[in-house]
Design a protein around this ligand. Structure first.
Ligand SMILES: *Cc1c(COP(=O)(O)O)cnc(C)c1O
Length: 369
């Protein structure tokens, strides 16, 4: 009914017949399908957010700080504490989720007649961002086991000369982080055309020990942008706060396309309060990593093929019928993600209890098939 009414609207040609982003939101005991932190927000963080938001409420008759200065300082401080770098607030940009940050990047550096390239299987939003800014989308290819090789990535960039290249590390849905040699090779290639390089580190905080962040490559690379989010490690998916680090002139470019006052005073207050409790929130990251490693090892024992994971989820193959396994898990109250790759599913590492029920249910499925 509404479908035929939608067809009657003078919609942009390229949007006709398209579907919106739609990860299922089903209320079950174990929601392990969109890589949120499944731990409750700690009580002291809830109190701090409520207090800051109350303070912000007193100012809501006025527009918020357009430059979100305090928030940018705190975000820089957080990244510096993680990496030992000395990033300045001028190098930080933020938006309502890293989705909006990515849209700002493409509005500034892609747009009509330009192109965006990423390497599937990867985050399903990249082609949609490209579509939203009237850009062509170029799907690069990966090597065996979904790996990316420095020479191959650089050669594909040199062949297509896209305006924006997005690397996702750790990659969603496969979970594996890129060696920095891939980012370095990609950067050398983007310098030869009118191209910006974005490394999406939405899951950066979950990297395995010894895996460096692309943030360490920012110095003297003005066309490199590293995006992060508070949606995953910070347990703040509902707060909608994503951010990036880049050269200060990149943030100047993004000021040209953002809508005025895009970060509400409420959002800024909530994010600042969460950043003040970063240490407390990061304690959950360690617990989640333990469950992640446990999933990889137990799935291997079950005879399945999990991919090495630097993220808060595990991608695994070896299922005869991924759809049937997905349904079995759902019947047991466990929602995981079918990313549309035959024989594979993706599961978020949740609490110890959620992980146990996932592993138990999957084990039962494999035995009684
Ligand atoms: C979850 C996710 C994001 C985060 O998006 P937000 O808008 O910040 O919630 C970004 N990139 C990837 C690859 C993701 O999986």
């Amino acid at each position: 009914m509404t479908e035929s009414r939608l067809e009657a609207l003078p919609l942009r040609e390229e949007l006709k017949g398209q579907s919106p982003y739609g990860a299922p939101q089903i209320d079950v005991p174990a929601m392990l399908n969109v890589n949120e932190t499944t731990y409750d927000v700690p009580a002291d963080v809830i109190d701090a957010i409520a207090k800051e938001v109350r303070g912000a409420a007193e100012t809501l008759n006025r527009y918020p700080d357009r430059e979100f200065t305090t928030l940018r300082q705190k975000l820089a401080g957080h990244l510096n504490a993680e990496t030992g770098l000395e990033l300045s607030a001028e190098q930080i940009w933020a938006g309502n989720g890293s989705n909006e940050v990515m849209q700002h990047i493409l509005q500034a550096f892609a747009g009509p007649g330009r192109s965006v390239m990423s390497f599937p299987p990867t985050y399903s939003m990249y082609p949609l961002y490209a579509r939203g800014v009237y850009s062509d989308y170029i799907a690069g290819t990966r090597g065996p086991g979904y790996t990316q090789d420095p020479e191959d990535v650089a050669a594909q960039i040199r062949e297509h000369r896209p305006n924006v290249v997005i690397l996702c590390s750790p990659n969603n849905p496969t979970g594996t982080a890129l060696d920095l040699s891939v980012v370095e090779a990609a950067y050398a290639a983007v310098e030869e055309s009118e191209t910006m390089l974005v490394v999406d580190e939405a899951y950066g905080e979950f990297r395995q020990p010894g895996t460096p962040s692309a943030l360490s490559l920012l110095e003297s690379r003005p066309r490199l942008i590293v995006t992060r989010t508070m949606s995953k490690a910070f347990a703040l998916a509902g707060g909608r706060l994503g951010y990036l680090a880049a050269a200060p002139e990149v943030t100047d470019a993004l000021r040209l396309v953002r809508l005025p006052y895009h970060l509400s005073a409420v959002t800024q207050a909530a994010a600042c309060a969460a950043l003040d409790h970063a240490e407390n929130l990061m304690a959950n990251v360690e617990r989640i990593k333990t469950q992640r490693d446990r999933i990889v090892s137990e799935l291997t024992t079950m005879g399945l093929q999990p991919y090495p994971s630097d993220a808060n989820f595990v991608f695994f193959g070896g299922l005869e019928d991924a759809r049937a396994a997905w349904q079995h898990l759902l019947d047991d109250g466990i929602l995981v993600r079918d990313v549309g790759i035959e024989g594979h599913l993706r599961v978020t590492a949740g609490t110890e209890e959620e992980t146990t029920s996932f592993l138990t249910s999957l084990q039962a499925y494999l035995q009684h098939r």
